[in-house]
Design a protein around this ligand. Sequence first.
Ligand code: FAD
Length: 684
Amino acid sequence: MSKKNIALDRLLTIQNHISNQPQQTGPIDLARERENASFNVKHMNWLFWGSKEFAEALQDAFLIIQRDPELHFSGGHPFDLTRPEEREATMKQIFRYIQLKKSLKDPLLFKALGVAMGMYSESFNMKVYVNDYLMAQSFKLFGTTEQYDAYINDIVNWKIIGCFAMTELGHSSFLRGLETTATYDRETDEFIIHSPTLTATKIWIGMAGQTATHTIAICQTIIDGKKCGTNWFIVQLRDQKTGKLMPGVTAGDVGAKYGRNGIDNGWIQFSHVRIPRTNMMMKWSKVDKGGEYIPSAFPAVSYSVLIGERLSVLSGAISTCGQVLTIACRYGCVRRQGANEEQIMDYQSHYVRLMPCVASTYVISVITRMIINKWEGIMKLAQTSQEEFISYLPDIHAISSGLKAAISWWGCEVLERVRRSMGGYAYSSYNGIGGAIGDWGVVTTGKLSGGDNFVLIQQSAKYLLGSFKQVSHGKKVTGSVEFLNDIQQIRSSTKSILSDERQLLNLDFTLDMYTWLCCKKVDVLAASLDSSTEGEETTWNENQVDLIKLGELYSYRFTLSEYIKGIKECSTNNEFKELIPILTKLGSLWAIHLINDSLYLFLEEEYFSKEQVKMIKKCYLKLCKEIRKECIPLVDSWGFSDFMLKAPLGKYDGDVYTAYLDTLKAAPNCMGIPDYWEKYVKNF
Ligand SMILES: Cc1cc2nc3c(=O)[nH]c(=O)nc-3n(C[C@H](O)[C@H](O)[C@H](O)COP(=O)(O)OP(=O)(O)OC[C@H]3O[C@@H](n4cnc5c(N)ncnc54)[C@H](O)[C@@H]3O)c2cc1C
């Protein structure tokens, strides 16, 4: 502790002795915690957000939001807004954001503003994402150059507000079952878009409830009475000036949701809506004027737009987990309990719950940048070399599906651990945790995050099994499954060589252990699937629980292998080089958490002895304790300002009780006689 803090500490103790009004210890506690940093917090902040420039732009963006009344929620605490108020506030924010797009000359600052606004409001995030990413990307990936050129300016300037209509009342994950039809009328050279049944109603569609003027809808294409496949069609929903529904379109709002109430998710029914043939997205499949259907040579491309969405879930995890963990760690270090008034963060059960979450947030941030850069590189190929673009799709599809599922499920776990770590205070909306839980849940399911986790993770497992088959036939595989090439060597090692706890701190060593498990499980599952005498679908279903686990193992293995590459890259950067020891420790904790979490799978194969299991547990607890010492500098490094966190208990200065009570006092109707007193209470 510095001399200044020792003096302050003493002063506080004396003051508390002579006064019956004890002073808040929070500020001293957090100041003391901050002295534990073994690394430069500023440099860590740059690394966490990818670069000094972006990290600084983000801080500027936080300030812009705080200062601009059009961008932040005004007129009360955001958690007290009603649904209509939240809707209006979100639209106001987008209106301002688009104005700023024209006036802010610095593209990096504008990018940071978009990211910061997404952190500030998930509803803003989702609305902007649907139009600026999903709609715009769909034109890029599925549209012809003419279609892209005709629409893109209006989309990015919000003259057209677009939505993405895939899900139907009766079907979503099973896309072949979709019922909305697009029937070609050769005479008028038009498609007729129709919802033939109740279950064909498009549902949950973001912005279809009140604001979208256009949609791209996936429909069964019908020519001469024959189904030719599913394709995307541009359909106008509302008049751009009046907001009135177009003829043949019926649409409404899905009403109350338990999160993201600022976005108007809605339902749509089409009644014989006519659109020009050229409104079919025709980059891959085509229908000519004579009604000839030219199918896509690569049908899987239709869903490639979802890859970017899946990866965006990782960015969401950094922001959501980062914010709630900042709140929980600061509160955990300020809150005191027990005979000696310990900080609750010093309870073993407390820090062991939270520290793996802190470590994982660092891992996710490093790998997210790497994988998004990779996807952006692949997407460029869609414009220049379609064959090459297609060749990269299976691997990136498997990575994005698996990561999206594994990390969004882990995000739910982080949120729940945080909620339980804050006692009753997590139940107060003003501390942000309940809102974050409500907003996050949909990410494990929704199309806007790339689809349902249970469905997605099986696609990763399928890819892994397919790659394994290739290796079994003597072929080499590349990309995220390259490790399978060593399957023979892995088969021959049946017991772990772990003999000293220190080995567990070596990231390559723990990666090898996890790789072993992944290979072993794919080997066992492939044999089980092959030996089945049942049909393919039944066999798959009978093994589904193991297949889902396999998908998770593959995805988590990928987080580790990429993280190791990521921190190796840090050694080439002067400012980041000194962060390697703490980054390695965080990576080790994540690796041991993964191994610890899968111990039953290792034990099923008798890979570890009893002594080795004890060693893993001991090391896990020890690492959690070590990271706990630096938890405040570690969460400070993420740089979320108090304004962005919106949670009095997560305040930077530690003066949390004053801030919390002030918030309660500012809540509507917090004091005074309620209106219903006269009507009921008085008359008992
Ligand atoms: C807030 C929100 C916003 C949304 N925005 C949009 C949007 O803008 N556009 C859009 O098109 N859609 C949107 N959706 C819809 C979303 O994409 C679907 O809810 C999602 O795809 C899941 O489909 P479903 O609800 O029909 O569930 P189903 O597909 O019926 O699945 C139900 C459950 O069954 C299980 N299950 C299903 N299939 C399998 C399987 N093969 N193996 C194992 N288990 C399985 C899973 O547990 C799953 O959760 C949104 C949803 C929400 C909640």
